[in-house]
Design a protein around this ligand. Structure first.
Ligand SMILES: [Fe+2]
Length: 384
């Protein structure tokens, strides 16, 4: 069996209504003052922000809880710089990411900048490494998708330079994750399916990664089976509480695999699609998956068949059959869109492949010359 190490750097509290208990028990992590980072006002409208604020006020006092709500869905470095200045001005000792992946990523980046003398731009654009002085990050996810509550990366854009990149390092890993599935109960259909597909893709890609271990395989299997059962159930009934809880749990489990194992080609290839079209991470992944899985079958057919079996399908004898099965799954979630449907036009697969960055070696296909261009080209046309 392959060697591996296990470290759990994040303390996790999981359960419905657990936020108050978790924050009170971990009070010392927050310091004297804290900064809550959010995307817009949706959580405020739902009453979730008032609830969090009253818990924080109880332990820190009203004057010591600061809010920054200007995080956009693809957080920009300029917004992070604004939050850093605000956090420094108010001498905050911790940063809370309250929301989906964007809020948590922005919180991680702000925690680096507030504690540093260097410009946050240097961390993003010049590869500066976050140090041990980085402020504690507390992640409170409100979607079931990214698993960012356990990961060591903050995906941040620089629109001015047309770059989407990341600040990464072990000091970015949240010290505390409070996963309360009730935050996800009112998420609308499209976001539920797109974020749920992200959970599935973390599970499938970590299982197919060359770095997969016996431990990560166990987590992938659970997350794929849960997605096959519960995301399908949510596609029929968004009020299925048991299914919501199972997706939050699976999302959190896959945060561990993203942190320790990493993803395969679809994750590297979705970033240009998202940057060019403004479409969501999950929507871009779903557009790329069928063709990618057909090629992946050629290099890892046994593992591809495990993924399909856990999703509830039979054995695929060819890559084409594997592709048809995953298309069926994607159709059932209403995510059947091509790259053209997502708004990619007047660009070749080669053009898009030129925009792919990051580590491709996790994927056995990564070394195949021209593979990204082929997958892009074949994902352009008719979905069915
Ligand atoms: Fe993802």
């Amino acid at each position: 069996m392959k060697r591996f190490e296990l470290v759990f750097p994040t303390k996790v509290y999981f359960g419905t209504g657990i936020v108050s208990e978790a924050i009170k028990k971990e009070r010392e992590l927050f310091g004297k003052r804290t900064l809550v980072m959010m995307t817009g006002t949706v959580l405020e409208q739902l009453g979730y922000l008032d609830n969090l604020k009253s818990i924080l006020t109880e332990i820190l006092g009203e004057d010591n809880v600061f809010l920054f709500q200007n995080v956009s869905p693809n957080p920009d470095i300029a917004e992070v710089a604004e939050a850093v200045a605000f956090g420094k001005e108010n001498s905050v000792g911790s940063v809370i990411g309250f929301g989906g992946g964007s809020a948590m990523d922005a919180a991680k980046a702000a925690a680096v900048g507030i504690a540093s003398e260097e410009s946050i731009y240097d961390y993003l654009l010049n590869g500066y490494e976050p140090g041990p002085g980085t402020l504690p990050v507390i992640a409170i996810p409100t979607t079931a998708g990214t698993g960012a509550e356990l990961t060591k990366g903050a995906i941040i854009s620089c629109r001015e330079k047309r770059i989407k990149s990341g600040i990464r390092g072990r000091y970015l890993i949240p010290r505390l994750a409070v996963v309360d599935p009730t935050f996800t109960y009112r998420i609308p259909y499209n976001t539920t399916m797109e974020t749920g597909f992200d959970v599935f893709s973390h599970a499938a890609e970590s299982y197919l990664s060359v770095k997969a271990t016996a431990f990560s395989d166990m987590l992938s299997e659970t997350a794929i089976k849960n997605t096959g059962l519960y995301l399908r159930r949510l596609s029929e009934d968004l009020d299925d509480i048991k299914a919501r809880d199972a997706m939050s749990f699976s999302s959190m489990l896959m945060g561990m695999n993203v942190r320790d194992i990493g993803n395969c080609l679809p994750h590297r290839m979705q970033y240009p699609v998202g940057a060019l079209t403004g479409t969501s991470h999950g929507a871009g992944l779903a557009a790329l998956y069928p063709v990618w899985l057909r090629y992946e079958y050629e290099v890892s057919w046994e593992r591809v068949n495990d993924v399909l079996k856990w999703l509830g399908y039979g054995m695929a004898d060819t890559g084409g059959e594997a592709e048809r099965m995953i298309r069926d799954f994607i159709n059932g979630l209403g995510l059947n869109r091509t790259l053209k449907d997502l708004g990619i036009c007047n660009m070749s697969g080669e053009d898009l492949a030129g925009m792919v960055s990051g580590n491709l070696k996790n994927d056995r296909l990564g070394e195949v010359p021209g593979i990204c261009a082929k997958i892009y080209d074949e994902s352009m046309g008719q979905f069915d």
